[in-house]
Design a protein around this ligand. Sequence first.
Ligand code: FAD
Ligand code: DLZ
Ligand code: SF4
Length: 526
Amino acid sequence: MTGRLRFILGDQLTRDLSALSDLDPARDIVLMVEVADEATYVRHHKQKLVLVLSAMRHFAESLRADGIAVDYVTLEDPANTHNFTTELARAITRHAPASVITTEPGEWRVWQMMQGWQASLGQPVDICADDRFFCSRADFASLSRARKVSRMEFFYREMRRRSGILMRADGPEGGQWNFDPENRKSLPRGHRPPARQRFTPDATTRAVLDMVASRFPEHFGDLEPFGWAVTREDALQALDHFITDALPQFGDYQDAMKTGEDFLYHSLISPYLNLGLLTAREVCTRAEAAYHAGDAPLNAVEGFIRQVLGWREFVRGVYWTEMPDYAQTNHLNAQRDLPAFYWTGDTPMRCMAQCIDTTRRTAYAHHIQRLMVTGNFALLAGIAPAQIEDWYLAVYIDAFDWVELPNTHGMVLHADGGRLGSKPYAASGAYIDRMSDYCSGCAFDPKQKLGPRACPFNYLYWNFLIENQAVLSPNPRMALPYRTLSKMTPEHRQSITDAAKVFLARQKGWAGDTSAPQQLRLDEDW
Ligand code: FAD
Ligand code: DLZ
Ligand code: SF4
């Protein structure tokens, strides 16, 4: 073979990917490999495995349909060595290409692997920049050096100016950059969000469903019903559906949580963006067009665009400028084991049980469920960062290290000392009570601060402030809660720490045995 071997990873399923530009169909071969190493470095949710593998197979088919040669190694192939490096080596032996070309990966672990390829494979390896983002890694690094992007809000404004999205000649559309204060409504009683479009598995997806069922039975989560899009065509349909049916109220109910409503008005497009089936630019353009057509209000459109153009790009920038040291920090010295109920959902805390149940059934939970329920608990309980990070990386359909890690390590745990967010998002049960209907059916009472029926989030919140007083109290953004804490009597403070100690001592760590979930009952807890 005199052409180039173009190695495409499972989250690079984009036709105009940098590693596919200038592809010569007469001489080049695209290489795609399904490897057990990627399926098992954490125990990904079964639906995530199906999504990635089925989307890879469909992408390979679409390339072939366009006359492009694809060398595709399946998980079932007996010769498969189940590792990117060794599979690339085998493909080089098969094809003897002039050189290898690939696109930079989304994960530090794989980036490190790629750095060694040229030397270990004895083959020229070009690693192209991943240009599917508004802000390249190099751009973010130089903005960081110029201290223009220390906070998401400044970065976001810079991205708005650079992209022209939601901009007028005289400044931001609507005269302000951020409409967040309008986006905190709880769902009115009896309000029903629209039914969400799901996709029926085709023969390719069915084959992958069977394979995942037989090869990865011990992985977390329900395999079926599986309703995620696995092709660009279906992902575009999902985007259309969001823009028409959900975007208009996305802003209003962005932070709301409701029992039995898994998706509310969220877009459900993160897996498609992260795999490359949709691009960040096209989803922002579609949302902006809906605003200009009068089909969606500015608070919704700006709120949505801020997530994609702002947060998504910002966390990626932080990941690539701060890794690998970033993952090792533990600013609040959190050391507790992840309680077993994160895997089983078996807890009397109804908010936690509901969010974990949604996650198990759908491989999805929306941002506030991740941040203010499961994340908030992990922060308040002082769960060791690596343990809860592995959980988030495993259980969500959209989870890839570059986006999961900064969200968990930085936004949720404040383990990065404030690189991502200026203060921890710690909250008591009152927040969950305000934004959801979870508390009404809970064994605990969000209004009680201490005692057997007191919401654990209440005393864990104050205990968290007490435990971390030396580190957090100098932070001006924490002044208000620390002022309140300073007014508590020593006896009251002692009661809080005692309650937290008893509660936390009773949360058992995960033993890894799904057949015998730990029963954590209210009467046992007290
Ligand atoms: P919507 O609410 O409709 O938002 C629109 C889009 O904005 C999303 O599709 C996503 O691409 C982007 N977005 C929104 N918030 C963020 C954010 N904080 N960071 C990056 N992008 C954002 N998102 C992932 O894509 N992968 C992850 O592994 C991931 N892990 C997370 C872990 C924790 C602890 C937290 C708090 C958040 C995490 N997020 C992650 C961000 C966010 O929760 C999801 O992007 C969002 O819930 C996906 O659902 P959606 O597509 O319906 O989003
Ligand atoms: C997540 C995932 C899984 C489960 N399997 C594969 C695979 O078999 N082959 C592949 O190319 N990619 C897979 N991926 C995505 C990779 O883990 C991802 O590309 C890297 O983590 C870099 O972001
Ligand atoms: Fe969660 Fe507390 Fe409300 Fe129960 S009372 S659902 S534990 S916030």
